[in-house]
Design a protein around this ligand. Structure first.
Ligand SMILES: [Zn+2]
Length: 71
């Protein structure tokens, strides 16, 4: 996806969130990532425990294809 490069969507917010992997096929470990609104919603739907860290960033780890950080 090259569409957003150099032309950031106005009003887009990136927030640092932490969550616990809660899928049966995953180890129950914590992750941390800077996420756009779309990906925050995707994570919220998939995982029960998501906490915002009150920290803002300027890009989304998942949109940029960066590997997730272990929290
Ligand atoms: Zn994203």
């Amino acid at each position: 996806m090259k569409v957003l490069e150099g032309d950031k969507v106005k009003g887009e917010t990136f927030l640092l969130v932490r969550w616990q992997a809660a899928q049966p096929d995953e180890e129950p470990e914590g992750f941390e990532a800077m996420l756009c609104r779309h990906h925050r919603e995707a994570i919220w739907l998939r995982h029960a425990i998501v906490t915002g860290c009150g920290q803002f960033g300027d890009s989304c780890d998942l949109c940029e294809g960066r590997p997730l950080m272990r929290a």
